[in-house]
Design a protein around this ligand. Structure first.
Ligand code: TNX
Length: 533
């Protein structure tokens, strides 16, 4: 059959490897030009002309991947003269479902052997990076990811970016072997997803500016945006389309509905969700009030059950993110019903109300076949189920704490992963509460914290995740500028083994990689004149 004949051909050609052991004095191996760096890269230094790929597979489970990858290849490689035939096969004995072996001989077909369709997809992504300039090294690559979770969050509540941008972002993520897209769809400043049962969530909750009854966020006050009604939302049809698109790129989308705080958009649409107050609530850390749901009103749980039911039906992801961050508990302290509830249940601190709320949401999500994930504050006030996921943002300590408590933990920590933080430089915009996060800070850390976590606790770290909050990111152009090339660093932190990662190697490859970002039409940030850091 076709696979064995290719294998035999490849073996006959016999790629003479330049990987040499330390004892011999042969030349240094030629460096891989790839991001993320693969586990094993061997080349004899030969290259061959490639300006087009012709993908084929005889295996049924690979047909969709072949189709998707062919379309990507057609748009990225523009030639016609030197098509490289590539055969894709599944091999059950690879060490990871996302693993692949890629062989590019000096003549004849290339071969991608993969643990699953996702692995085959990553093999093609590697080949596309290698051959983007009209030629490819003849190489043999064996590759597999370090972490199963290699994610990126986009906040579309603060500024709505729209379908085309999200698809562009998904393509760019996939090209870097990232596999989780976390979609922050609701916050104080906007509700971005159609919920059939509660139409005012989008009819009023998705719009700001003149002609709406919602306040203009402080960061938009003096900008052209706020001169007329602005905002937007995704219909359920849009969502299905984007989920299917992501899945064709082997990316799972985890939606976030942020409750019980950051909920002003819900309160603007349905004011009855707020607690009745008889005292001063003060403001949350962002200077807002009127954005914390009542957690003792049963009607709110009916509404949340309806909302999460619709969400669960739209997203295949096993996790649904429920936020849980930065709740202003004074809103509960200033509410007679909440004080009464606490007294009745012997609660000493309002964080116990937050815990009670999260336990209720866990049950609601389970009834829809889903598992809860939330920001690290969901650990406040008491235990949650063991399978609940914690996304650590405020600090590395929070992530270590979550892993020690046995929660599946995603490291999305401000000082390394928050790309709404400023780049260095006077003219750069952005937050700075987690410091200046440049590409080197995004790259140079180890999410496993092996000195502080025992091996069985390290197993709780699912992986890494970068985040783009968009208070100061008004449009897609700015979003690309903030995300790239920093997210290239996150991609490599998530994929490449720690002992193979090194900043000078990465930054050297990154400079070579910029033309691939150009081919992907990414509006990345380059520090003048030409250094990327
Ligand atoms: C904190 S991170 C927030 C967001 C802000 C962000 C700005 C998190 C869970 N909450 O609401 O946008 O800081 O960096």
């Amino acid at each position: 059959n076709i696979t064995t004949s290719i294998l035999t051909a490849v073996m006959a050609i016999g790629l003479s490897s330049t990987m040499v052991s330390a004892e011999t004095s042969q030349p240094e191996p030629l460096p891989s030009p790839l991001i993320p760096l693969p586990e094993k890269y061997e080349t004899d230094g030969q290259t061959r002309r490639v300006d087009h790929l012709q993908l084929l597979s005889e295996e049924a489970p690979l047909q969709t991947t072949v189709k998707t990858c062919q379309a990507l290849a057609n748009s990225l490689l523009k030639g016609k003269q030197h098509a490289l035939p590539v055969t894709l096969v599944i091999r059950a004995d690879l060490k990871h479902p996302e693993a692949y072996h890629l062989t590019i001989p000096s003549s004849g077909s290339a071969l991608i052997e993969a643990g699953s369709p996702a692995g085959a997809f990553y093999g093609v992504q590697t080949l596309l990076q290698l051959s983007r300039n009209g030629s490819s090294p003849c190489a043999r690559i064996e590759d597999a990811p370090r972490f199963n979770w290699r994610g990126l969050m986009l906040d579309e509540a603060r500024h709505f970016m729209g379908k085309d941008y999200v698809k562009h972002l998904l393509r760019t993520m996939a090209a870097h072997k990232m596999n989780r897209f976390h979609w922050h769809l609701t916050d104080d400043q906007g509700w971005r997803i159609e919920i059939k049962k509660y139409p005012y969530l989008t009819k009023t909750g998705a719009w700001r500016g003149p002609g709406t009854n919602a306040p203009v966020p402080k960061w938009d006050k003096d900008t052209p945006l706020a001169k007329k009604k602005y905002g937007g939302f995704y219909t359920q049809e849009d969502i299905k389309e984007i989920v299917a698109y992501a899945s064709s790129l082997h990316i799972e989308i985890m939606p976030e509905i942020d409750v019980p705080g950051h909920a002003m958009a819900i309160a603007i649409a349905y004011p009855q969700v707020l607690p009745k107050q008889d005292g001063q609530t003060g403001k949350d850390v962002h200077g807002l009030k009127g954005n914390v749901l009542s957690v003792v009103d049963e009607k709110n749980y009916v509404m949340l059950n309806d909302i999460f039911g619709e969400i669960a039906a739209l997203f295949p992801s096993p996790y649904i993110h429920v936020g849980g961050d930065e709740v202003n508990v004074n809103a509960w302290k200033a509410s007679p019903e909440h004080r009464k509830y606490m007294e009745k249940h012997g609660m000493k601190h309002p964080s116990q109300l937050q815990n009670m709320f999260m336990l209720r949401l866990e049950k609601i999500l389970k009834s829809h076949g889903k598992t809860l994930m939330g920001w690290n504050e969901i650990m406040h006030g008491g235990k949650l189920s063991n399978d609940t996921g914690v996304m650590a943002w405020i600090s590395i300590g929070a992530g270590i704490n979550a892993a020690k408590h046995g929660y599946p933990t995603v490291m999305a920590v401000g000082p390394h992963n928050y790309f709404d933080m400023k780049y260095p430089g006077h003219s750069e915009t952005g937050h700075w509460w987690a410091g200046i996060v440049d590409t080197q800070r995004a790259y140079s850390w180890n999410p496993l914290f092996e000195d502080q976590l025992k091996p069985e606790q390290q197993k709780n770290i699912l992986g890494v995740h970068c985040a783009l909050w968009t208070e100061f990111v008004p449009d897609p152009e700015n979003a690309d500028y903030k995300l790239w090339p920093r997210a290239c660093a996150t991609a490599e932190v998530g994929w490449t083994q720690q002992n193979q990662r090194e900043w000078t190697s990465f930054s050297g490859r990154l400079n070579q990689h910029l033309d691939y970002l150009d081919a992907l039409k990414v509006g990345y940030r380059v520090k003048p004149p030409q250094a990327v850091i």
